[in-house]
Design a protein around this ligand. Structure first.
Ligand code: NDP
Length: 412
């Protein structure tokens, strides 16, 4: 680890919204991130990040073109740059290829979203957990889901378990975007990944079982109005989110775990129409002699998430409401962060969704490079000590608060 402290080299893969924020934040913390390489499919996007970082912080970073689905290309690049950590901020489709390249080169791995096969709208940790023994044997660490949700929400749970409760029984993660980007319809991160996530059947964890309910745009979807700090009352929909899978496994004594996200009627109406006309399909269709995947075509038509920041106003409020036992008494605590779209844009040129993902990714990388987090194998965030990460959230732009709260009832 001492060797690592001296080197401080990070390789970021991807040059979208989240990678832009992570690169800016790493550039701000120059005593830890001494050399930064941003490598992605489209070199011009890496170049734009490089120029912005030079302008804002007078720092030089390295850039490179890479196809992250090509393990050989990745391995060559990793061997030539020799980073301490590869931070995967490309898409979930690339996760396994990048993990393979990390194994081949003996370099730590981190991402913000779990693997998803391109031809199947299904995500779960199984594919990445299967790398545990190989990472362990190689003596390196893979940290999965180091964004906000998953990521900070897992760390909030670990912190609550360590400091606030003797046992957590009920967990509700609530993700509210009360911002406005001024477009009739847009997604805040990669449209393809986002739409695949929100159109699927919903699941939550209860008494050791997964309970299924209809997707958010279908009859019978579960929703209620929640009064968010700062943002006020918003309709919040039950949604399946990947951190539920690892938290249900790692937080012992958990009786129920749910994830909620706010959606406006306008967003849901657009999504319903797009789904009904077939624009969210992920299989190939024949069009004028070409094969196209409708959701990819839709992505090409929608605004780039990185472009939304210019007009974005309002805030995000994301956090956990947890009910459990402390010293024999039942208590409920709410840990949350409020992030402002305009302030995120001023600091990094992107909106708060990318900001709330890119900042934790930088902090996670910092935990590895400084030796605070050490291990061999594949880890989810709640398996690592939360204290220094929680301190860093306050220091690097995502301050949190803890308040007493009413529990969220079983039937909302
Ligand atoms: P973007 O689509 O804006 O960026 C993805 C980047 O990856 C693009 O620059 C893209 O290149 C690059 N890329 C895609 N395929 C390849 C490839 N084969 N080789 C090299 N580069 C590739 O996505 P976001 O920045 O919005 O999201 C990044 C990640 O963060 C996603 O996995 C997303 O799911 C995750 N996320 C996690 C959150 C959390 O809280 N945990 C919240 C939000 C997002 P090109 O420019 O050529 O298209």
């Amino acid at each position: 680890m001492d060797n690592m402290k001296k080197r401080g080299k990070i390789m970021i893969i991807g040059a979208g919204g989240v990678a832009t924020v992570a690169a800016h934040k790493c550039a701000q913390v120059s005593h830890i991130f001494k050399e930064i390489l941003v490598a992605s499919r489209t070199l011009s996007k890496c170049k734009a990040i490089k120029e912005e970082i030079k302008k804002r912080y007078n720092r030089e970073i390295h850039i490179a073109q890479v196809d992250a689905d090509n393990v050989q290309q990745l391995t060559t690049l990793i061997n030539s740059f020799q980073p301490d950590l590869v931070l995967n901020l490309a898409l979930p489709y690339q996760d396994l290829h990048i993990m393979d390249a990390c194994l081949a080169t003996g370099v730590h791995y981190m991402d913000t979203a779990n693997y998803e096969p391109p031809d199947e709208a299904h995500f779960e940790y199984g594919w990445q957990w299967a790398y545990h023994e190989r990472f362990k044997e190689k003596g390196i660490m893979a940290i999965l889901g180091c964004g906000f949700d998953p990521g900070v929400t897992n760390v909030f749970t670990a912190y609550a378990q360590k400091h606030l409760f003797d046992g957590i029984h009920y967990l509700d993660i609530l993700d509210c975007n009360a911002g406005s980007h001024g477009h009739p319809f847009a997604t805040n991160f990669n449209p393809e990944i986002n739409i695949r996530e929100v159109t699927q059947v919903v699941r939550h964890w209860k008494e050791g079982k997964w309970i299924e309910t209809p997707p958010i745009i279908e009859e019978g979807s579960v929703h209620f109005t929640f009064d968010y700090p700062v943002a006020g009352r918003k309709e919040s929909y039950l949604l399946y989110h990947e951190e539920l899978e690892s938290l249900a496994l790692n937080i012992k004594g958990l009786k129920r775990a749910r994830f909620w996200m706010t959606f406006s009627d306008n967003y849901l109406t657009h999504l319903k129409v797009l789904k009904n006309v077939g624009m969210t399909r992920i299989d190939e269709v024949e069009y004028e002699g070409h094969k196209i995947v409708p959701i990819r075509f839709l992505k090409a038509l929608l605004p780039e998430p990185t472009s939304l920041g210019t007009k974005y106003t309002g805030k995000t409020v994301i956090g956990n409401i947890m009910t459990g036992v402390k010293d024999g008494k039942t208590i409920t605590r709410y840990i949350y962060n409020v992030c402002d779209h305009e302030e995120a844009f001023k600091e990094t040129g992107t909106q708060a969704i990318a900001y709330t993902t890119g900042v934790p990714a930088m902090i996670g990388a910092m935990m590895v490079l400084t030796g605070v987090w050490q291990g061999k194998g594949v880890y989810n965030m709640e398996q690592l000590d939360p204290d220094r990460f929680m301190e860093a959230l306050n220091q690097y732009g995502l301050p949190w608060q803890i308040i007493d709260h009413e529990p969220i009832p079983d039937k909302v």
